[in-house]
Write a protein that binds this ligand. Structure first.
Ligand code: AMP
Ligand code: ZN
Length: 176
């Protein structure tokens, strides 16, 4: 079952308006991990054009709203994966504690802390400047293989268990 089906799943659906649906990510990689999806069927970034600027801005605004409602003391990021694994355009709204049993692999980690994760604001700017979104795929495959590093102090970590123990020691997730 894909994201289009999950948009209709009452167990995952958090809220909706006439343009978007917000669902809980089924395999959350942090304490709070939501996906904001357009109701309009937009398979991926390639199908996004200038006409979607307002929609992408609305998705971003609804993302910041749900983050604030969930925990206004936590830091969040809002962005898109360079190469998504799932169809239907989706904005990740993810708290920066990365405290979740579903966060298991180097690929998971690097997809959220390297440039593989493209900020929503950057996507919107690119769309405004160029009228389309371009992603360098060759570069992005490499990003997922990078050495594990803490997203706060940048210290290198040897494996996922040590990384997870390390990030738990930071008070990074709280807003200053
Ligand atoms: P992406 O790499 O950007 O395509 O991320 C897809 C996200 O969807 C991941 O964070 C998955 O945990 C999540 N996911 C996978 N399958 C489902 C599903 N059926 N319903 C909700 N979320 C899902
Ligand atoms: Zn650190």
């Amino acid at each position: 079952m894909g994201l289009l089906a999950s948009m209709e799943d009452p167990k995952l659906r958090v809220e909706a308006d006439d343009k978007i649906v917000i669902i809980k990510d089924k395999y959350p990689k942090a304490k709070y991990h939501f996906l904001v999806l357009p109701k309009e069927k937009i398979p991926n970034m390639k199908s996004v054009n200038k006409d979607h600027i307002q929609l992408l801005k609305h998705m971003h605004d609804k993302g910041t709203e749900i983050a604030e409602k969930s925990d206004s003391n936590l830091q969040f990021r809002y962005g898109y994966h360079a190469i998504p694994s799932m169809g239907q355009l989706h904005l990740h709204v993810i708290s920066q504690d990365f405290n979740s049993p579903c966060l298991k692999t180097k690929k998971h980690w690097n997809s959220f802390v390297t440039e593989y994760f493209i900020d929503s604001t950057e996507i919107i700017k690119q769309l405004e400047d160029k009228g389309k979104i371009e992603v360098d795929k060759s570069k992005n495959e490499e990003l997922l293989k990078k050495n594990l590093r803490c997203h706060v102090c940048k210290a290198t970590q040897s494996n996922m268990p040590t990384l997870k123990a390390h990030i738990a020691t930071h008070n990074y997730n709280k807003k200053k």
